[in-house]
Write a protein that binds this ligand. Structure first.
Ligand SMILES: Cc1cc2nc3c(=O)[nH]c(=O)nc-3n(C[C@H](O)[C@H](O)[C@H](O)COP(=O)(O)OP(=O)(O)OC[C@H]3O[C@@H](n4cnc5c(N)ncnc54)[C@H](O)[C@@H]3O)c2cc1C
Length: 376
């Protein structure tokens, strides 16, 4: 059965309540594993990583038994921290080499790569806007390391279609796979793909050893490339009714938190900013999801225009918004997003935990089991 992405806040909280972090550890890499499918809600700022972690801990799980789950939540926070200090449109650590094109293979765009699991994952993203994490890694590896496409245009393609599109998680992950945010490129051969995607394909071009894979020439079927040029959708909106005496709370694609300042009276405005969506285009499905999630916010009104044009039209004082690196020209009171831990550490177990992804020193284990998760 395909994953469902409920948009009603109560259903989202119930979904978080059903997380099985122990089963998660055992199965998360399998396409039918016990992953949460919460990413669209987390990426849209409906619920935070901290909220999810607190929900799980409230059930009595202890960190050591759920470390694998906690680490993934930390990855998300960490990528956000990277986004606060780095230009994510550029290489984080080093140039991707070799690069033969700045486009994307047509075979990938059409979901006709010849690798059944990847083709199915690409079709799934077109159908429902979700792709399982290992399939994202397989696809990115095929695109960047076999097809030798530079990561940026392909990451725009995936971001456009993902309901959980998050510019930081997306670009950091593409760069990690392509060796621009890691010391080694990521490869997956057919045996690995078959195991986790539950396929049984043989004699495909990835059905080779890792040594052969790393030396592989781009197959002819990948040589035809094309720039991914997104169609831009903007939502129409009526003119909001504003009470200039009240505070104004600004929501956007990255902040749809229904609990934010919930007890206060105020103008609640969802900005649909043309400049933002021109720079970071998303599909119609993603626009629709944003609007549906925004309905959890009592009294929300949609304004189609920039922050500047909003404040030019209404002389409101006391504007509040949540910090995000992609906010364009916001002015007012900037409030922090929720983080798992403010000091950049999360308490994990004392056992050896080392994740070799990301910027240096991320998730290095220490004797006392406090892991630095934000060192940008
Ligand atoms: C090439 C590529 C592109 C990606 N693009 C995005 C993106 O645009 N937006 C996005 O949210 N994630 C992205 N990811 C990370 C990851 O694939 C998704 O967060 C995850 O698959 C979401 O499904 P889930 O909610 O069921 O995750 P679960 O496995 O249930 O994890 C719970 C939560 O932890 C976080 N998380 C899990 N895995 C990762 C990870 N590897 N990196 C960062 N956070 C993680 C997410 O917030 C997720 O909702 C990308 C990964 C790759 C390899």
């Amino acid at each position: 059965m395909e994953p469902q992405f409920a948009t009603d806040y109560t259903a989202i909280i119930e979904k978080a309540d059903r997380i099985d972090p122990v089963e998660y550890r055992k199965t998360r890499n399998y396409v039918d594993g016990a992953v949460t499918y919460l990413s669209p809600c987390i990426s849209r700022g409906v619920i935070s990583t901290r909220q999810v972690l607190e929900t799980v801990l409230a059930k009595g799980y202890k960190i050591p038994e759920i470390e694998s789950f906690v680490k993934e939540l930390c990855w998300r926070d960490y990528f956000q921290r990277v986004g606060q200090v780095k230009d994510l449109n550029r290489e984080i650590k080093q140039a991707q080499v070799p690069v033969s094109n700045y486009e994307i293979s047509v075979a990938v765009l059409e979901g006709k790569t010849g690798i059944n699991a990847i083709d199915e994952a690409i079709q799934q993203i077109y159908r429902i806007g979700y792709m399982h994490n290992p399939c994202r890694m397989y696809t990115a590896s095929l695109v960047c390391n076999i097809g030798k496409s530079h990561w940026l245009n392909p990451s725009q393609w995936l971001y456009y279609h993902l309901l959980d599109g998050d510019w930081a998680s997306n670009t950091c992950s593409w760069q990690w796979v392509a060796g621009a945010n890691s010391s080694k490129k990521y490869y997956a051969n057919q045996e690995n793909i078959n195991k986790y995607a539950l396929t049984n394909q043989s004699n495909a071009f990835l059905d080779v050893s890792y040594e052969e894979l790393e030396q592989m020439e781009t197959p002819d079927s990948f040589l035809l490339t094309k720039k991914f040029v997104p169609e831009i959708f903007l939502s129409s909106a009526s003119i909001p009714k504003i009470d200039v005496e009240l505070p104004t709370f600004i929501y956007n694609y990255y902040n749809l938190d229904p609990l934010w300042h919930l007890e206060e009276k105020g103008n609640r405005i969802l900005l649909i900013e043309p400049d933002f969506f021109s720079q970071y285009p998303i599909s119609k499905k993603c626009i629709d999801l944003m609007l549906a999630l925004s309905e959890n916010i009592p009294g929300i009104q949609v304004f189609a225009g920039s922050f500047q044009s909003f404040t030019d039209t209404w002389q409101v004082e006391n504007i509040y918004f949540k910090e995000h690196p992609l906010n364009i020209g916001y002015k007012g009171t900037k409030e922090p997003r929720d983080w798992i831990a403010e000091d950049g550490f999360v308490n994990l177990s004392a056992s050896e935990v080392l994740i070799s992804q990301g910027l240096d020193a991320y998730f290095k284990s220490t004797e006392i089991g406090r892991l630095p998760y934000a060192k940008p």
